[in-house]
Design a protein around this ligand. Structure first.
Ligand code: HSE
Length: 423
């Protein structure tokens, strides 16, 4: 294989993992590594510190470098740095989901104009191969549905809440102590990270540009120990699900929110920080991809894999592999959450009055909502009752109207939670 020269931008957990894995590939020469802090001690044996620079433009402007590996993350200043790299005819391997979800269109267009390619296997689900399979061997398929667990931190928190009956706050604290969750966990727990990943995955699966700003997103911060307990009693576990589907009318439904997942469903069995993606396509049918969605080594597997694919392509020809060029010019017609249809879990706090369940039944009925299960287990010390309703498939807008109406009724104290259900 032809020797290739690369520059690495970002040298945190993933960058260091990539550096270590690359030591086994003598044909790939690391010319420079751009870091934030050049004086920081690196825990790498025989590390040549002269490789380090604090200026990423030393990489993107270096005529010797063929490929830029970007594992720094974020949009600013990374977008400008990669724009310069592409204009300088460098191929890009990136793990940056946020950048691709927000600025992918611009970067892919620029890459096309400059006849370079951007590979990004590590941006979605870390070590799980999903981008390359969808763009290559699955290209005979019409993919119509994705249901996935794409964030390890939240899956870890929800697993611990269920197994150890912890509150959200305690489970989050443990996840932070173990290094799964960051000090500011917002990106993970509010569903942003999963939304970036499903935006990228839906775009390549449905061959239509999905707008990250039109993805309905809800995190896990409102899930209570009581929700987990009620779900368990009803035969479900709660997961943060990223989903995308093509509806019969051709519109696209992409969203991220917690769901009650039936215990028999394969995604219900995915525990701790593991990620899993279910794809449905014709003619292939259902597929499931499961593995590590984060971590230095699994993510390095994807980054270095992309690099080696690119190296072997460049060996064969100076032109990029056609299937790796993004060609989705069509814009996805994304629907609003109000127009989606789901089964629902509604946790209602009601006064312990005769007729409270009747009120719930009447209001649901008036709003076209058919109740399939209703559960109340006695009353609480404050003489209220927790009533859990599972509905049949209903329109979200109808459910939201019913909740507003329920809150106007004297006997309904609060809607403690509304979650969607996957069977
Ligand atoms: N923070 C992510 C997760 C991994 O918890 O899965 C990187 O996107």
């Amino acid at each position: 294989m032809k020797a290739l020269k690369v520059g690495i931008i970002g040298f945190g957990t993933v960058g260091t993992g990539v550096y270590k894995v690359l030591q086994s590939f003598p044909n790939i020469e690391i010319k420079k590594i751009a870091v934030k802090n050049i004086t920081k001690k690196r825990n790498i044996e025989n590390f040549d510190t002269t490789l380090l620079t604090q200026d990423p433009y030393e990489i993107v402007n270096n005529p010797e470098i063929d490929i830029v590996i970007e594992v720094a993350g974020g949009v600013t200043p990374t977008f400008d740095i990669l724009t310069a790299a592409i204009k300088n005819k460098k191929h890009i391997v990136t793990a940056n989901k946020e950048l691709l979800a927000k600025k992918g269109s611009e970067l892919f267009q620029l890459a096309k104009e400059n006849k370079v390619i951007i590979l990004y296997e590590a941006a979605v689900a870390g070590g799980i191969p999903i981008i390359m399979p969808v763009k290559t061997i699955l290209c005979a398929n019409k993919i119509t549905k994705i249901a996935a667990i794409l964030n390890g931190t939240t899956n870890y928190i929800l697993t611990k809440m269920a197994e150890k009956e912890l509150s959200y706050e305690t489970a989050l604290k443990q996840a932070q102590e173990l290094g799964y969750a960051e000090t500011d966990p917002t990106g993970d727990v509010e569903g942003y990270d999963a939304a970036y990943k499903i935006a990228i995955l839906s775009t390549i699966s449905f061959n239509k540009k999905v707008d990250i700003n039109k993805i309905y997103r809800e995190g896990i911060t409102k899930i209570t120990a009581q929700d987990i307990k009620s779900a368990k009693e009803l035969g479900y576990t709660i997961k943060l699900i990223a989903m995308g589907q093509v509806l019969e009318n051709g519109k696209i439904d992409v969203r991220v929110h917690p769901m009650l997942v039936a215990k028999k469903h394969l995604l219900a069995k995915v525990k701790n920080a593991t990620n899993s993606i279910m794809l449905t396509g014709y003619p292939v049918g259902d597929l499931i991809f499961t593995g590590a969605g984060a971590g230095a080594e699994p993510t390095a597997s994807s980054v270095v894999g992309d690099l080696l694919v690119l190296a072997s392509e460049l060996e064969a020809s100076d032109s990029p592999i056609p299937q790796a060029i993004c060609n989705h010019n069509e814009i996805a017609d994304q629907i609003n959450i109000g127009d989606t249809y789901n089964e629902y879990y509604i946790a209602i706090n009601a006064s312990n009055n005769p007729g409270a369940i009747g009120v719930i039944g009447t209001i649901c009925g008036k709003n076209n909502i058919n109740i399939s299960t209703i559960m109340q287990k006695g009353t609480k010390d404050d003489n209220t009752a927790e009533i859990v309703v599972i509905t049949e498939r209903s329109k979200e807008a109808d459910v939201q109207n019913a909740l507003k109406e329920l809150l106007k009724s004297d006997c309904i104290k609060n809607i403690d939670n509304l979650l969607r259900v996957m069977n």
